[in-house]
Ligand binder design. Sequence first.
Ligand SMILES: [Zn+2]
Length: 381
Amino acid sequence: MAAAPPPPLNRIDAFWHDGMLNHDTGWGVFGFRSDPGFLDVLEKHPENSDRVRNMVSILKRGPISPYISWHTATPALVSQLLSFHSPEYINELVEADKNGGKVLCRKTFLNPGSWDAALLAAGNTLSAMKHILDGKGKIAYALVRPPGHHAQPSRADGYCFLNNAGLAVRLALDSGCKRVVVVDIDVHHGNGTSEGFYQSNDVLTISLHMNHGSWGPSHPQSGSVDELGEGEGYGYNMNIPLPNGTGDRGYEYAMTELVVPAVENFKPEMVVLVVGQDSSAFDPNGRQCLTMDGYRAIGRTICSLADRHSGGRILIVQEGGYHITYSAYCLHATLEGILDVPDPLLGDPIAYYPEDEAFPVKAVDSIKKYLVDKVPFFKEH
Ligand SMILES: [Zn+2]
């Protein structure tokens, strides 16, 4: 009988609190909380509590469970939010909560219970980062909702109120980290995080996303390749808009050709991976066609970058992912990659789409050519 493979050397500290389930986004025609009366069967808003309940359960009962330790944290204090958000914006949210709720922007509803959940999401993400900064663990995962990466310093957007990852990055910088990289693989542009550090050269923000462009007043950023940062931050924001159907090999190519060289030159002391499983092949909000294998490969790449630069320190922050089953499975696969387990622990129950890598390869090559021409540290590589 063959010997059992060696167990992974690492473990993941997951931060979670049941109170985040109390953010009730309602029912309607998908993300719209209205019913024009055409349908017999309405569905929950895509950002609902079922999606994260499955993420919690697969990590507690799936084959990765022995490698995960569970923690919980208290809500963030309003004073802690001001490291990323403006006082006026936070005041607007506090007032909205006191008044029984508010539609902050399209499909983004602050309902009774939402603000407490948002404070728990921020608090758990800050505690996950603090856990790493205090040397209690190298890899921490903030399993949080409502999500955060669209929340800008002064504006809610795309189901997001507080920028959980951005707050954690600020905590790392304030604790002495000199350079932090954020790699965002949610299918949507991480515009809030990008906006928060747009003029900073101590945070390299990288977002791989579908090419959806701006989507109205709450999301003025285009996510296009020419949004490079401003002032000292010029060159430290990298947008990687990818064509629909990019798939596993296309993402791997984008990681190898764009993300890895940028991170190698930047030499971060902390790695933040912002994960959204809405870049999967079956998500109702995206068309990027990643499967569990693709997520596993991204996790491995992030793990090796962290080993080389940040002493293995990685904070993972949960964002979107709206297929109730596949999001949980893809999360499991991502964390397998982060742990660098030699063989997959969990099979893919549904992946079957054929891939055509020709178009994504062309897109990545053209983005690379653009960045080499424009960005000083890309030229040096
Ligand atoms: Zn998303």
